[in-house]
Design a protein around this ligand. Structure first.
Ligand code: AHR
Length: 332
């Protein structure tokens, strides 16, 4: 009961911040970030609705969340992975509401379709924190969001492409992330914006659903249609799909990174290794270590503190040389 009152107060505070248009950049390794981790007092019950386990990025994100929402940190976590099925993810959130958890964290598979269930959580007095992906629903239906600037990731990838390949005719194919997801929408928009006016021509764009198998299957289709010689560049919305594309290009007798250049997003270990090996040409990071920030936000919201409506974690980019320097010291 006490917690429900805190939740209501926090949502009011969060709404005030929204009006002011507040957002902040955070460092995921900063233990003094919102809430600061660690737990004293009552155990906090949290339902976390994860997208699924589609990629290496997702595994690292799940590990980070489970570590942060641990019993040692004062949480009782109920974890659900929806296998990329939006209906199943919404059903998981409804079951958290029925259980009467103290707070709900969601990594929404797609942007649309969240209005009703978020309203139900709000009516039940249960604060919702979004992590990783965003939703199109009104932002007074959730307390806060923590994640990455997907559009900026697309812009950084596109700017590098424009610089490297934009002054000669370049035929590009795209491996899109899950249709309707925030990273697929925003990365595509950012990349397209950055290559506008260059000689890079997008000849095809299909979803590989952020999976290695999906990326491989779509790339096989492209290679059958255009041949190795008919494709100069692949923009993959994540490393897993780029890794699938590498397999397809090699099976077709091509050299990934040379015959067909590849740009991807995430910077997970296997992607970075492919970059070091010269099979990927450039990677934009998408930092999956959001657990401590999400846990801190949950604690702050339940404690009635004002929280930022949007907490951005910054990303960096890697060339082959830069990847070689850091690959052994990266945690994922
Ligand atoms: O939402 C983040 C994206 O989801 C990552 O880039 C991708 O690998 C994951 O599946």
């Amino acid at each position: 009961m006490k917690k429900r009152m805190f939740a209501t107060l926090a949502l009011v505070g969060a709404a005030a911040l929204t009006i002011a248009g507040c957002s902040s950049d955070a460092d995921p390794s900063d233990s003094a970030a919102p809430g600061g981790g660690g737990g004293d007092g009552d155990v906090i019950s949290v339902g976390f609705a994860q997208t699924g386990s589609e990629s290496g990025w997702r595994s690292a994100n799940t590990d980070s969340m489970k570590e942060a929402f641990s019993a040692e940190n004062g949480f009782d976590l109920t974890f659900n992975a929806a296998d990329n099925d939006t209906a199943a993810q919404i059903a998981a959130v409804r079951s958290f509401i029925n259980q009467g958890v103290d707070a709900i964290v969601i990594a929404p598979i797609v942007s649309d379709g969240w209005d009703d269930v978020l309203q139900e959580a709000k009516d039940a007095g249960i604060p919702v924190i979004l992590e990783d992906r965003t939703v199109s629903a009104s932002d007074d239906l959730y307390a806060s969001w923590v994640g990455l600037d997907f559009k900026k990731e697309g812009v950084m990838a596109g700017e590098w492409a424009a610089e490297q390949y934009g002054s000669t005719p370049t035929k590009m194919v795209v491996l899109e992330g899950t249709t309707g997801s925030a990273p697929a929408n925003d990365r595509a928009a950012g990349f397209d914006e950055a290559i506008a006016g260059t000689q890079i021509e997008k000849i095809d764009s299909q979803t590989g659903d952020f999976t290695r198998d999906g990326g491989k299957a779509v790339m096989e289709g492209y290679l059958q249609k255009y041949g190795v010689d008919g494709i100069d560049l692949v923009f993959a919305h994540n490393d897993d799909m780029a890794l699938g594309a590498i397999e397809a290009i090699e099976a077709a007798g091509g050299k990934p990174g040379e015959d067909i250049h590849i740009i991807s997003i995430d910077a997970v270990h296997d992607g970075m290794q492919a970059l070091v090996d010269g099979k990927i040409n450039f990677i934009v990071e998408c930092n999956p270590l959001l657990g401590d920030l999400a846990a801190g936000l949950v604690k702050d919201v339940l404690a009635g503190k004002d929280v930022e409506k949007k907490v951005y974690v910054s990303d960096q980019t890697f060339t082959q040389e830069q990847a070689a320097e850091v690959i052994d010291s990266r945690p994922y």
